[in-house]
Design a protein around this ligand. Structure first.
Ligand code: SF4
Ligand code: FES
Length: 248
């Protein structure tokens, strides 16, 4: 395949940034999108041009770092996949592909396609955990019976990989899908119910402090989420938040 790539290049967070065009050929439809980017970077490096900076780690859809906006969609045109799992067969020979970083005020660009998502880490630190006071006679977690429906929903929520596609896709840059998945993962389980009120209040407070926008029920986040995190989590978090606020 022969392609034209129009890629956002930005030297650092203070640089204005611009779209730069690159022509690339001999791309196999079986390559992943990141392998195609590797080929481009090899070519740029051999010409003495600074390679395009992009985040990646697992290349298996697990770590959530390979975040790119491809032809106006977070993680590109395929559904329920991350950029590393997107294959070039989703594009046609001769296509022009626009590649930009995930954009949101709370995700400042560090360089090219790499953004700073530490705001997500701070939300997680505000309450996305369970405190276990080990006294020497801690109960084995496997010995606590959990109703199947709740276990399944908690497990589904736990599949959120913190990629930020929901924020980048939302017209309000809302992080509600991410935060509600992290809240639900614990609040549905008996182990997480003990700190449930503090957790939801603290995580929502941190989310607001980080400058994420509000949810206006557009649902774009659910469509673009590579892990199929359901809007049901947002409704659950809103209920949990209201209950916690009343009882605080
Ligand atoms: S909810 Fe989905 S889109 Fe948002 S951070 Fe989690 S996995 Fe990514
Ligand atoms: S590189 Fe880890 S999810 Fe894509």
């Amino acid at each position: 395949m022969k392609l034209k790539l129009k890629i956002w290049r930005q030297k650092n967070s203070n640089d204005k940034g611009k779209i730069v065009s690159y022509d690339i050929e001999n791309i196999s439809p079986d390559m992943s999108f990141l392998e195609m980017m590797d080929v481009l970077n090899e070519q740029l490096t051999s010409k003495g041009i600074d390679p395009v900076a992009f985040d990646h780690d697992c290349r298996e859809g697990i770590c959530g770092s390979c975040s790119m906006f491809i032809n106006g969609e977070a993680h590109g045109p395929d559904r329920l996949v991350t950029t590393c799992q997107l294959h070039m067969r989703k594009f046609k020979d001769g296509d022009t592909i626009h590649i930009e970083p995930f954009r949101a005020n709370s995700f400042p660009v560090i360089k090219d396609l790499v953004v700073d998502r530490s705001s997500f880490d701070r939300v997680q630190h505000a309450g996305g955990f369970i405190s276990i006071n080990t006294s020497g006679n801690t109960q084995d977690a496997n010995a606590i019976p959990i109703e199947k429906n709740s276990a399944d929903k908690a497990f589904d929520a736990a599949t959120c990989i913190g990629c930020g596609a929901c924020v980048a896709t939302c017209k309000n840059s809302s992080a509600m899908l991410f935060v509600s998945a992290k809240v639900s993962q614990f609040s549905l389980l008996p182990q997480g119910k003990v700190e449930a009120n503090d957790r939801v209040l603290n995580m929502v407070k941190q989310m607001d402090e980080e400058g994420f926008g509000n949810c206006t029920n557009t649902g774009a986040c659910e469509v673009e989420c590579p892990k199929g995190i359901s809007l049901e989590n947002i409704a659950r978090m809103n209920r949990d938040f209201l209950k916690a606020k009343i009882s605080s």
